[in-house]
Design a binder for this molecule. Structure first.
Ligand SMILES: [Zn+2]
Length: 240
């Protein structure tokens, strides 16, 4: 059914990154019931509600699926009500440098960004182990792109360090956190929490910014600087 324009509800907005007032553009309820035993009157039931919401601030539109099931209840016996948004609710804003217009030759960054987007989607959907594995894959892709595949992961990391991409003070964090977390999620049943993934994203976003985007911004500043016209000091005559 189509709702009248004044029907609103508060909901999280992916653009505004907070709860905002949303217009309910359309909503449909789909209750269901299943008789398990007609003689004793045993049955189970549940419901699905589909709601099309539009943020009153930025006009982003999302679908909300609200659902419940009579056999899934809380400690007081009330059915648990679940709310799933499509696309999922974003809890982390993409870095501002993602809006930078890249030169044509930097095609590699355009290949990294789709993987970044899948990591953000996994993070938003609560798939934290998957996001952690994605961050490790992304880190490996960056290293191989910069120093080539050295045969083993350990040798590729060493070559990456040797080229100075990671400051000596950060190398231990890089190795023990960024790389090891992904390995532990894959092979040692590590179940990272949301804040763990956010820390890893901070690290890998900083790495991508430092390698690909900061040089572009620094070069743009350099081109704006007026030429240095101060007289150059004459070379010293070595003492006789
Ligand atoms: Zn909004």
């Amino acid at each position: 059914m189509t709702k009248s324009p004044q029907d609103t509800r508060s909901a999280p907005c992916n653009q505004c990154l907070r709860d905002t007032n949303h217009l309910i553009k359309w909503e449909e309820h789909k209750p269901w019931k299943e008789i398990l035993d007609e003689e004793f009157g045993h049955s189970i039931d549940g419901g699905n509600t589909y709601t099309l919401l539009e943020c009153a601030g930025c006009n982003q539109v999302r679908l909300l699926h609200t659902h419940w099931f009579s056999e899934d209840s809380d400690d007081r016996g009330h059915p648990c009500i679940y709310r799933d948004y499509y696309p999922p609710t974003v809890t982390r804003q993409k870095p501002l440098w993602r809006r930078t217009l890249l030169p044509f030759h930097m095609v590699v960054v355009n290949e990294l960004n789709p993987l970044f987007d899948e990591i953000y989607s996994a993070h938003a959907a609560g798939a934290f182990a998957l996001a952690t594995m994605g961050i490790r894959a992304l880190t490996e892709k960056i290293m191989v792109e910069q120093v080539g595949d050295k045969g083993t992961f350990a040798k590729t990391i060493e070559a990456f360090f040797a080229k100075g991409f990671i400051a000596p003070i950060q190398q231990e964090h890089f190795r023990s956190v960024l790389v090891e977390a992904g390995h532990a999620a894959m092979h040692r049943s590590f179940r990272p929490a949301r804040e763990d993934v956010e820390t890893l994203l901070d690290l890998v976003e900083g790495l991508v910014d430092a390698i690909y985007y900061q040089p572009l911004r620094a070069s743009a500043v350099g081109q704006k600087l007026p030429p240095d016209t101060r007289p150059k000091p004459s070379p010293r005559t070595p003492p006789q």
